[in-house]
Design a protein around this ligand. Structure first.
Ligand code: BES
Ligand code: ZN
Length: 896
């Protein structure tokens, strides 16, 4: 091959080999600056000569003028092809060598005089040196790609923006021995042998797509395959591609895919549109999974599952992520995004779709509670901190930083509110109109809202504020009884966020009911929509002691603030007919007690009374026969420390209060101990009931959840007994859920059983990286007094590497999410995370930047810790050659 010696710049042009964008003051991209691209690229031909250390790519673009573009003559002539770290080896226009190209900030610029041209550019890359895992990279001997959001420009010069749609024809060639399987988007149209042990395949994707949906995989893979017949009778070959050793763990993924395909036909009327659906699992992946057209690329974590190596929660995650990427085929691929500011158009909507799917597969109540818990743990803090942004942001420096809980999870909540207001049928009419009207287009959030207005017959003028305003609205509730009615006065405020000091009122749909705590009667549910700053609603009272149940099912992503007696909360926790409202009442009981205790506003008697009341409510839940164990476990779960920080760090009577992680942790442990102690008998009775329920029992999953929950309480109230319980659970376990549950409990204890079982677990699973990730995580998440020391040692473990994102996250993401370790008063936890960011940044900036938000919460933490957190951010900011990803997150965290 002569590729290595091809002169990079035969005309002595200005092209620079590594013209990477400078990290200093990277330009801010503004949503309002959107302009169509001057050129259309109806067809793209790509030719890959694949090698692990050297791949040559020839890209032939058929371009023609875009009639929708308005601009100057010069603007119209220039064709700017984005590149990131690429060098043009050869440039041809209309079949002739072309020397007049220029480079600008990594991009290649060609001047084109006519209406239509063919532009061909050759680039060369070294996939094995690609540690960022964006573009074409090597993972465990195979080659794969990740192009969203802007990775395609690391492979070939191209208008790498989502509104340039093209059909792709791809030829790929490589060693048959190294890469027996050659996959790309669409359908395989031809294949054959080449010289020197090489072979080739040709693929064609008939559906126009943006470059971010391009994918290619070459490797030694085997498939678990089963066809799916669509409702119109088309047979789709479905394949889950993995390394041979993993094949036995792919059934669940394949079945999940079939369930998702069927569900989308039934629920949204969406059918698959190719004869082939390929999913490939790779072990080095920045994210969870990627929806490339006809060729999804997945993190192994979201494909592989069997009961010996994956927990019940892992099974659910596989099903949810498989469904999510499948649903993108319509919400994302057939209708894509005009620009990256519209990301929530595909992500928020697709998250809602996967949530609704999982609700239908596994039960609405538990899934809804889980999703709200995620929202509160990840999105509420984001919305209350320096990184707050609307679900449709106005500006960004690095788009990778905007794949956030706000765009995803709040985005899903916003669309869910439209569904709640419209009703399921009208909502479906709205989505039908949206898909019909914009099929084959690159659309905007505004297009979605307009389709909803027309199709679902909703009036959404004011509702659009949900797309523009950041911050979690607060709804203050007050009530008064007027004869047979309750007057409910609701007042909304949204706190200021960076760049948005003043907010307007938004429509807030709330499902409400008024019960009676005296007669136990359950009131009729109604939907009220709060539109003004303040409004009063009149509801029928169903008895002499009305108790309001509000935001049932969590119909709006807001915080409810109200004066409500503990007795009323106890009543709601035990008797509300809405399962989410029961969960919420339990959370409120605990939050109230813990925040008061941690803020020092409770005396000894108040503390004791609070613990007793929560213990009693917990006992009622343990004894309630009407609950299944899965729901019981949800109701028993105490609010997380992160959520408690949010609740503690608020303004009380005009005074800003800070969160004190040390006190919150202490009080929460105290509460666990008190519960474990005061209702010991009941806990033990339930434990005895669930301990040995067989794995396959219909109640097996619920039983496993309750079992570990009880052992977790015992770990605080009676550590020695808990160690014995957990060791027994570990030894008798025939599945990963019980094993991981037991080991999690043991990890927090000073006990011989801990070290023995940790070692046994390691020995048993040393060859399974996903399970070894769990082994790292459990130790990093533990409440063990020497957790910091353990993490430091684990970083030196031969199995630890920063180059694999799963392994990196299993140690450091877990640790950053361990309030006890991370917020240790020494500040060691902060230093460790900052060191990890600095070490990872040159290797994988996208993943490094994801660790910054944990330090970014400093403003809401008590002054001692806040100063140490900020000092670490300053230290990162001062480091030379910081990536654009990390630089943006650090500077936003410091500016606020
Ligand atoms: N399109 C994303 C994958 C992605 C995200 C690529 C960010 C590049 C940058 C995909 O559909 C996705 O959202 N994946 C999620 C999982 C999903 C179930 C929410 C992920 O990877 O975390
Ligand atoms: Zn997605």
């Amino acid at each position: 091959m002569d590729i290595a010696t091809t002169p990079s710049n035969p005309q002595g042009n200005t092209g620079m080999a590594d013209a990477a964008p400078t990290p200093h003051d990277p330009p801010v991209i503004q949503r309002k600056d959107y302009r169509p691209f001057p050129w259309l690229v109806p067809e793209t031909e790509l030719d890959f000569a694949l090698g692990l250390t050297e791949s040559r790519i020839t890209a032939r673009l058929h371009v023609k003028r875009n009639p929708a573009f308005e601009g100057t003559r010069d603007e119209m002539r220039a064709l700017r092809l984005n590149g990131d770290g690429l060098t043009a080896r050869v440039v041809e226009v209309d079949g002739a060598r072309y020397g007049d190209w220029a480079m600008d900030d990594g991009d290649l610029i060609v001047e084109l005089p006519g209406e239509a041209h063919t532009v061909e550019v050759v680039t060369m890359i070294d996939p094995s040196a690609n540690t960022q895992l964006m573009g074409l990279y090597a993972s465990g001997g195979m080659l794969c790609t990740q192009c969203e959001a802007q990775g395609f420009r690391r492979i070939a010069f191209f208008p790498d923006r989502p509104d340039v749609l093209s059909t792709y024809k791809v030829r790929m060639e490589g060693s048959r021995e190294q890469f027996p399987i050659l996959l790309c988007n669409g359908n395989r149209i031809d294949e054959g042998d080449a010289l020197e042990g090489r072979h080739w395949a040709e693929w064609h994707d008939p559906w126009p797509k943006p470059s971010y949906l391009f994918a290619l995989v070459a490797g030694d893979l085997v498939a678990n395959s089963a066809p799916f017949t669509t409702r119109s009778g088309r047979e789709v070959a479905c394949n889950i591609w993995v390394r041979e050793a993993d094949l036995a763990r792919t059934d669940h993924a394949l079945e999940s895919l079939h369930r998702a395909m069927k569900w989308d036909e039934e629920t949204f009327g969406r059918e698959y549109d190719l004869d082939l659906y390929n999913i490939v699992a790779v072990s080095d992946f920045n994210m969870g999974a990627m929806e490339n057209k006809g060729l999804n690329v997945f993190n192994t974590k979201y494909v592989l599952a069997d009961s010996d190596t994956a927990t019940d929660a892992d099974f659910d995650a596989v099903e949810g992520v498989i469904a999510h990427e499948y649903f993108h085929n319509w919400s994302g691929n057939r209708v894509t995004c005009r620009d990256w500011f519209q990301l929530s158009l595909k992500e928020g909507f697709t998250v809602l779709r996967d949530q609704l799917f999982s609700q239908d597969m596994r039960g609405e109540a538990v899934k809804r509670i889980e999703d709200v818990r995620i929202l509160r743990a990840a999105q509420f803090p984001e919305d209350a901190g320096p990184l707050a942004h609307p679900i449709r942001p106005d500006s960004y420096r690095e788009i990778s930083n905007f794949y956030t809980a706000t765009v995803y999870n709040k985005g899903a909540e916003v669309i869910r509110m439209m569904r709640t207001m419209a009703g399921v049928e009208a909502f479906r009419a709205g989505t039908d109109l949206y898909f019909d009207r914009h099929d084959g287009e690159a659309a905007t959030c505004e297009d979605f809202v307009t389709a909803m207005e027309e199709g679902a017959e909703l009036e959404l003028a004011q509702f659009r504020r949900w797309y523009r305003q950041a911050g979690t609205p607060r709804v203050a509730v007050s009530q008064s009884v007027e004869g047979n009615a309750v007057e409910l006065t609701l007042e909304q405020t949204t706190p200021p966020t960076p760049g948005q000091p003043v907010k307007g009122a938004m429509p807030i749909p709330l499902r409400v009911a008024v019960h009676c705590a005296q007669t136990g009667s359950i009131g009729e549910e109604e939907l009220v929509v709060l539109r003004l700053d303040e409004e009063t609603f009149t509801l029928p009272a169903s008895g002499p002691r009305p108790v309001v149940s509000i935001n049932r099912g969590f119909t709006a992503p807001v915080t409810i603030e109200r004066e409500v007696s503990t007795d009323d909360l106890v009543f709601l926790a035990a008797h509300d007919d809405d399962p989410f409202a029961r969960y919420e009442a339990m959370q409120d009981l605990a939050v109230r007690h813990l925040v008061a205790a941690a803020s020092g506003t409770l005396d000894q008697a108040g503390r004791a009374a609070g613990k007793r009341q929560i213990g009693d409510a917990m006992r009622a839940i343990l004894l309630d026969d009407s609950l299944d164990d899965a729901m019981r476990a949800e109701l028993m779960l105490l609010p997380s420390e992160t959520y408690l920080f949010e609740k503690m760090a608020t303004t009380v009577d005009g005074e800003e209060r800070k969160a004190d992680p040390g006190r919150i942790h202490h009080e929460r442990e105290q509460l666990k101990a008190a519960i474990g102690f005061t209702i010991k008998r009941d806990l033990e009775a339930v434990y005895a009931r669930v301990a040995d329920i067989p794995f396959d029992d219909p109640n097996g999953r619920g039983a496993r959840k309750v079992k570990t929950m009880i052992a977790t309480l015992a770990a605080v109230s009676d550590p020695a007994r808990a160690a014995a319980m957990a060791a027994r659970q570990y030894d008798r376990a025939d599945n990963m859920t019980d094993r991981q549950g037991a080991l999690t409990v043991l990890c927090g204890l000073e006990s011989e059983a801990r070290d023995e079982r940790l070692e046994a677990f390691y020995d048993r699973y040393r060859d399974n990286p996903l399970v070894i990730d769990k082994w790292f995580s459990m130790q990093a998440l533990s409440t063990h007094p020497r957790v910091i020391e353990h993490v430091r040692e684990l970083a030196q473990h031969p199995d630890f590497t920063m180059r694999n994102p799963n392994r990196m996250r299993s140690l450091y993401m877990a640790f950053a999410g361990n309030p006890k370790g991370f917020h240790d008063e020494s500040g060691e936890g902060y230093r460790m995370i900052a060191d990890a960011i600095l070490a990872l940044d040159p290797i994988n900036p996208q993943t490094a930047a994801r660790f910054v938000p944990s330090l970014g919460r400093w403003r809401r933490i008590e002054p001692g810790r806040a100063a140490m957190m900020k000092a670490e951010l300053d230290r990162i900011a001062d480091a030379p050659n910081l990536s654009r990803d990390t630089a943006e997150q650090v500077s936003r965290s410091l500016d606020g």
